[in-house]
Design a protein around this ligand. Structure first.
Ligand SMILES: C[S@@+](CC[C@H](N)C(=O)[O-])C[C@H]1O[C@@H](n2cnc3c(N)ncnc32)[C@H](O)[C@@H]1O
Length: 301
């Protein structure tokens, strides 16, 4: 039988893949490493099938290794006797806790069959939520910007763990980037926010990313010439292009209102609901204050 690493997508139950949902529905046990992944999984599986694992909020590698060994020892026998799933937000192979589990299983329980079901990663979901188009050949780099860091280099950057947006912003703007931010994109819990104003993000929230693009970046695309002065396309087929025959540079132009299908872009409030006896709002406050306690960032905070 098999251990499935199932990517749940960014946090809306409707963005779990069809295959991921089928695995969750048939698995004997579904392990979740955190409160958010658990709540997404619960849309597709009965609570009685959920197996919680305990991960310490520490950077102490010894403690982390021992937590992963314990988790693998709990999961392995169930994966020999039946099908089990380990869920992660986003994609299991993108910057995820699942990598730790896979390596620990490989080391200590190499007979366990393992299969990965990809999920919609924040690495791609951000583009839709923030109205960014990544064209073919674009150099895009994924970096970490915790505690106000401002990594620079390529023309385009996705920055994870933006915990001090104002400080990160300052460094990036100084280095010639235009920056926009996405918080809790396509997440059922909390408020989705897309903004280019870092002062709106002063409150720390682990689920915040940034997209930075060199301000002088010019992208020439053939279809940009279809644009008219009014912004609406001319559909007559043979009409003169309203602007000119010159191609228009449209790299970096963003219109989040036309994106984020399924949930309106900009600010969105999820209903407050009761989870494990505490209100969702209360737990979210706690997570923010503590830097993502039980928020699926174990080992990666
Ligand atoms: C450890 S990485 C997890 C990535 C995940 N495995 C994926 O594929 O999306 C966590 C970071 O991803 C970003 N992130 C993940 N989900 C997000 C979301 N729904 N909205 C905004 N940022 C998100 C945040 O920057 C967060 O600090």
């Amino acid at each position: 039988m098999t251990l499935y690493g199932v990517g749940l997508g960014p946090g809306e139950a409707g963005l779990v893949t069809v295959r991921g949902k089928a695995i969750l529905e048939t698995a004997d046990v579904v392990y979740s490493p955190g409160r958010l992944s658990r709540s997404v999984a619960l849309t597709h599986v009965d609570e009685s099938k959920i197996g919680d694992l305990d991960f310490p909020m520490t950077k102490d590698e010894e403690k982390l290794r021992s937590a992963w060994k314990e988790a693998a020892a709990e999961i392995a026998p169930n994966a020999r006797d039946g099908d089990v799933a380990f869920v992660t937000l986003g994609d299991p192979n993108v910057y995820s806790t699942f990598g730790h589990l896979r390596r620990t299983i490989d080391a200590f329980h190499p007979d366990v069959e393992l299969e990965i079901v990809p999920g919609v990663s924040a690495v791609t979901a951000f583009a839709t939520a923030m109205g960014v188009e990544i064209e073919a050949g674009a150099g895009l780099s994924l970096r970490e910007a915790a505690n106000g860091a401002s990594p620079t280099g390529p023309d385009r950057l996705i920055l994870f763990k933006v915990t001090d947006a104002p400080a990160t912003h300052e460094g990036l703007v100084e280095a010639g980037y235009e920056v926009s931010y996405g918080r809790r994109l396509f997440m059922e819990q909390g408020e989705m926010l897309v903004t280019d104003d870092p002062s709106e993000l002063e409150e720390r929230d682990y689920y915040t990313l940034a997209y930075a693009e060199k301000a002088d970046l010019e992208v020439e695309q053939a279809t940009a010439a279809f644009r008219t002065d009014t912004g609406s396309a001319d559909t007559s087929g043979d009409a003169e292009l309203a602007t000119s025959e010159e191609s228009v540079t449209d790299g970096g132009e963003r219109d989040p209102q036309r994106n984020a299908t399924g949930s309106e872009s900009g600010s969105r409030s999820a209903p407050s609901e009761e989870i494990d006896g505490a209100t969702e709002d209360g737990l979210l406050d706690l997570e923010r204050a503590e830097g993502c306690e039980h928020g699926d960032c174990e080992g990666y905070w």
